[in-house]
Design a protein around this ligand. Structure first.
Ligand code: ADP
Ligand code: ADP
Length: 232
């Protein structure tokens, strides 16, 4: 059961002399209920793969699916709705709305999707991320680690098919980073969510169930995480 997948994914930026083949025929499925890490050196195509798999960017050729929906068949408007309703994002730079409180930021995906908040689920989420005493603060009043925990709660709040995290610990000290990684792992193992995380950090990747490796836009290896589940 795949939450998302790409098949024969090719992405070419630019043309002629300046052409860059960022993805060179990647086929990869993301199993529902699992935490997958995408690793590889800088420039290997990790972010491009994530952006194309998540519907933030389009492939030059090949297909990308979220659940049973092929992204290439959607209009821009439909793609925006799909991202809102079925995909969650965590970015390196937190990307919270500075004028909204923590509670409002967490509820935002559901509000945008026009869905009523599932109070019980949102409540559980707030406790999991440990932000109950910060609900009425604004992002500027929080540490980086706290802001990223809000971003993690927001990513899961709409109960998406899959959450994509792009270097989620890149702007955090190691202790805050560990907390964010543990939260992503808890969401997968305790709430049966699906996470795909791009990282160049092996310590971060060790929190995943499975690690895939890219080099020069190709999938070169795929293995179970070297660290057994539950040890971290
Ligand atoms: P990674 O995330 O592994 O660092 P990227 O997916 O960001 O790799 O980049 C893969 C390749 O595509 C690199 O050679 C990069 O320079 C190139 N690239 C990425 N985005 C663009 C873009 N918008 N325009 C041109 N080249 C790009
Ligand atoms: P950077 O790593 O350069 O700080 P980010 O990882 O924050 O960039 O964002 C990567 C890309 O995703 C950017 O092009 C940004 O515009 C886009 N993006 C960021 N947040 C969202 C969002 N919530 N929904 C859709 N696209 C987003």
């Amino acid at each position: 059961d795949l939450a998302a997948r790409v098949t024969g994914a090719v992405k070419i930026y630019g043309s002629g002399e300046a052409e860059v083949r960022a993805l060179d025929g990647v086929s990869l499925g993301f199993t529902a209920g699992r935490f997958t890490a995408i690793m590889g050196p800088s420039g290997s195509g990790k972010s491009t793969l994530m952006h194309c798999a998540a519907g933030l960017d389009t492939l030059t050729s090949g297909t990308a699916h979220i659940g049973g929906t092929e992204l290439g068949t959607l209009t821009d408007r439909q793609l925006t709705l799909l991202r809102r309703e079925r995909v969650g994002f965590v970015f390196q730079s937190f990307n919270l709305v500075p004028t909204l409180t923590v509670a409002e930021n967490i509820r935002l995906p559901r509000d945008l999707a026009g869905r009523r908040a599932d109070t019980e689920f949102t409540d559980a989420l707030i406790d999991v991320v440990g932000l109950r005493d910060r609900l009425h603060h604004r992002p500027g009043e929080l540490s980086g680690g706290q802001q990223q925990r809000v971003a993690v709660a927001r990513a899961f709040a709409g109960e998406p098919d899959v959450v994509f995290a792009d270097e989620p610990t890149g702007n955090l000290d190691s202790r805050s980073g560990e907390e964010v990684l543990r939260l992503l792992g808890d969401a997968v193992r305790q709430m049966n969510r699906t996470v795909v995380m791009v990282t160049h950090d092996p310590v971060a990747a060790a929190h995943a169930d499975e690690v895939v490796f890219l080099a020069d836009g190709r999938l070169v290896d795929r293995m179970a995480s070297p660290t057994p589940q539950g040890v971290l």
